[in-house]
Design a protein around this ligand. Structure first.
Ligand code: FES
Length: 125
């Protein structure tokens, strides 16, 4: 287990995604429905960056060949992709998003709630 600070909560807008390059592989940080999630950034089909792709709710659609994945579970949602995404454990503490860069695995994650966290790092509250 090795949690690294990926970014501040405010850097990832609701419905948005941000690239984090602090671990062995590039990681995409997603803000879905008030929770933060992390998956591998490289699409397993052709290595396109998912942080440069389209997010729609809990789904990220790869911009290169339109492969779709569940952000929360990492599951592939149809062709052309044949493999799921590795997901990562995430914590939100003191207004920052922390990712366990050693936890990458193809499994569902609960995500980390951001409620009450935005602004904490700014000394508000
Ligand atoms: Fe992502 Fe092909 S590179 S679907």
């Amino acid at each position: 287990m090795r949690f690294l600070r990926a970014c501040s909560v405010g850097e990832v807008a609701l419905g948005g995604v941000k690239l984090f390059e602090g671990g062995a592989e590039r990681i995409a940080i997603f803000h879905v429905g008030g929770r933060m999630y992390a998956t591998q950034d490289a699409c397993p089909h052709g290595q396109w960056s998912l942080s440069e792709s389209h997010v729609d709710g809990e789904v990220v659609e790869c911009a290169l060949h339109n492969g779709r994945f569940s952000i929360c579970s990492g599951k592939r949602l149809g062709p052309p992709v044949s493999r799921p995404l590795r997901t990562y454990a995430v914590r939100v503490e003191e207004g920052a998003v922390w990712v366990d860069v050693d936890s990458g695995a193809a499994e569902p994650r609960p995500g980390a709630p951001v409620a009450g966290e935005i602004g904490v790092s700014d000394g508000v509250g």
